[in-house]
Design a protein around this ligand. Structure first.
Ligand code: GYE
Length: 340
């Protein structure tokens, strides 16, 4: 009898263990591979999925290169780079794919703020940490580890404050000032914040008037097209504020074509954002009068976050990058030591 009981106990234990191990195995599988074609990443690397917005600007290229140079195999990373192709739906789908592939971390530069809740919820369920970088998302902060990027509203305020100082210095404080704004992609936090900052300051000046504020999608081509239309419509423009350098380069082409003067030498006052290489040349030439810096070097901070998370440390929820303001007066002095 004793022998029989011992036998029964052993069998029961084996069944329980098998059931338990099976469930565990199932769980691992469901976490690992939801699709037959999902790649299996080498465990010796930390696999980082990076979903970029696209290739809309020089800023974006600098930002992409920064990720490619930071998350390298010799430092122990496998970077899965995905080009969002300026399509927010494609970005969300890519996030699902990365979750199914069970990468270790996901970094997203979201094109627009909205539409991320479900996929972030899913990543959280699957315990894949997500870092939001550059532009933000409207989803609840509990759905991602942290956000790293620029204070876009402050950038907008800085641009308007520069204009105020410039007009004062040039005895134009009380003149009526007609402003044109070229906005970045609709729904993108870089555009939302900059517009908000600009408008909050513009509203403080009764003699400043916004003639037109139009979306040109952060691209040079659209900057040129939109500016062409604006120039047909309005003759008395004092200031063009472009929410990035590339749209301003396009707008400059449109002004040149229309024979309209702009820049430090006289004519339309030119203000933009980013302050990347080409903008410095334009400022040196006096074509661009000011560029509010937007720092694209975010990957190093993202890497630090990942290192901290690997060690089980807490990370700051909101992390701003450092940035400054450059003008046609000081560009020459800084151009030599610019990293982007
Ligand atoms: O200013 C612009 C770009 O999100 C900060 O996006 C970024 C903006 C940048 O394409 O040039």
């Amino acid at each position: 009898m004793k022998k029989y009981l011992a036998w029964c106990f052993t069998v029961l234990l084996a069944i329980l263990c098998l059931g338990g191990c099976g469930r565990e195995e199932e769980e691992i599988q469901s976490k690992k591979l939801h699709r037959a074609d999902a790649p299996v990443y080498d465990e010796k690397y930390i696999t980082v999925g990076f979903i970029q917005t696209g290739k809309e600007s020089d800023w974006r290229d600098a930002n992409t290169n920064d990720y490619l140079n930071t998350f390298t195999e010799d430092k122990g990373y496998k970077l899965v780079y995905i080009d969002g192709n300026s399509d927010s739906g494609r970005q969300v789908k890519a996030a699902y794919d990365l979750i199914y592939q069970n990468v270790d971390y996901i970094i997203i530069d979201p094109i627009v703020e909205d539409g991320w809740e479900d996929v972030l919820e899913f990543a959280k369920q699957k315990e894949i940490p997500v870092i939001i970088a550059d532009r933000g998302v409207s989803a609840d902060q509990s759905l991602y580890k942290c956000w790293i990027g620029s204070d876009f509203k402050t950038e907008g305020v800085k641009a308007a404050k520069w204009l105020q100082d410039y007009l004062e210095e040039n005895g134009r404080k009380d003149e009526d000032i007609n402003i044109v704004v070229l906005e970045g992609t609709e729904g993108a936090s870089a555009a939302i914040g900059r517009t908000e900052g600009l408008l909050s300051e513009i509203a403080k000046h009764k003699n400043w008037h916004v003639l037109a504020s139009r979306n040109a999608n952060f691209t040079q081509g659209e900057g040129r097209d939109v500016m062409e239309h604006i120039l047909w419509q309005y003759k008395d423009i004092d200031v063009v504020i472009s929410e990035n350098d590339n749209m301003m380069f396009g707008a400059m082409k449109a002004m040149e074509q229309a024979g309209i003067e702009y820049g430090a030498g006289g004519g339309i006052i030119t203000i933009s954002f980013d302050a990347l290489g080409e903008a410095f040349h334009m400022m040196e030439e006096g074509k661009l009068m000011v560029s509010v810096e937007c720092n694209p070097l975010i990957a190093g901070i993202a890497e630090k976050v990942i290192k901290d998370l690997e060690k089980g440390r807490e990370v700051g929820k909101v992390q701003y990058v450092k940035e400054s303001v450059f003008t046609y007066k000081n560009a020459a002095q800084h151009i030599g030591n610019r990293k982007y």
